[in-house]
Design a protein around this ligand. Sequence first.
Ligand SMILES: [Zn+2]
Length: 397
Amino acid sequence: MARVTPTPLPAEVPFPDGSLTAQELVRYSRHIGLSEVGEDGQRRLKRASVLIVGAGGLGSPAALYLAAAGVGQIGIADFDTVDPTNLQRQLLHDTANVGQRKTDSARARLGAVNPLVRVETIDEELSAANALDIIAGYDVIIDGTDNFKTRYLTNDACVLLGKPNVYGSVLRFEGQASLFATPDGPCYRCLFPEPPPPGLVPSCAEAGVLGVLPGLIGTIQATEAIKVILGIGETLAGRLLLVDALAMTFRTIRLRRDPGCPACGTREIQSLIDYDELCAPHATVPGQLAASVHEITPRDLAERVRRGDPIDLIDVREPYEWRMARIDGARLIPLGQFEGAVAEIPPDRDVVLYCHHGFRSRTAAEFLVERGFRRVWNLTGGIDRWSADVDPTVATY
Ligand SMILES: [Zn+2]
């Protein structure tokens, strides 16, 4: 069972009977003045519980707005610590929180925003073993995850338990949101029946994300959660909202429940499974690689370098990444310039390509193989794993 740590409630706040104190009537007066909310609606919010899976870019604005709105019980599930690269968009966490557990900084920040709500933290990775237990304790779930494993797990658990799942995702300048697993609506699997193969879809760490974009989408998720709790308006159930921040367009497309969906259609998914093998971001699946692209682990590469093997070590990341961290002896050819630089790569030498996590370099490796190179290796896990397994003085980001 998950470790759940609730914040102690101030003694003067009655909970969870839902009646509003004088202090709350003042605090929420701009809600109560809305006829669609009113005192009844504010009491509903106070009695409601929302679980936010992931205290990251999406979870930050969602949690801040739900706390400010007076949602009585807010669960934050995250097992990560605050990293300097988080601060560009994850507003739950301050510079001073770097290195701390995200659940700790989230609890402190939400407590400062609204001490009248109860914050529960779950410092554990959502898994097939604990997801049903955790999710069962909440009325509405906000999916603020950044990986397919947790997204499918959250979806399947919400469908099994009949919990509304407020979905959001962001990458680069684009975002999506919807409401899944409502009684008649589709679920995430209706849209994407199976997780994509590893490496096919880049992560935000690989492809980047404009910092305000999770702010936009996470705020939309909070809006949808509040509408579900209050039973007002038209939710995104059966619609997928597509946001393009560069064009600044918001459009929605219709989604239908797929009768063949294994989760909400045929209901063949009766219990949760872990998707580690399918979705591990650093996994390598040799069968899916071009036949002549070999993988080499950082430890094996370090051993070859130590032996003095002549290796052309090529970094295909961007120049700003090269400035942050690099592997000794490498040279930089950013992926975008790779095609034009092939003539500079001697075909008779062993070539090892690397990037941040091993996805971009695999593309470059396949490109070389297609052009007749036969001695090409991709560094599994990229410089990130090199730092973890070989040289911790190489900065991670
Ligand atoms: Zn479905």
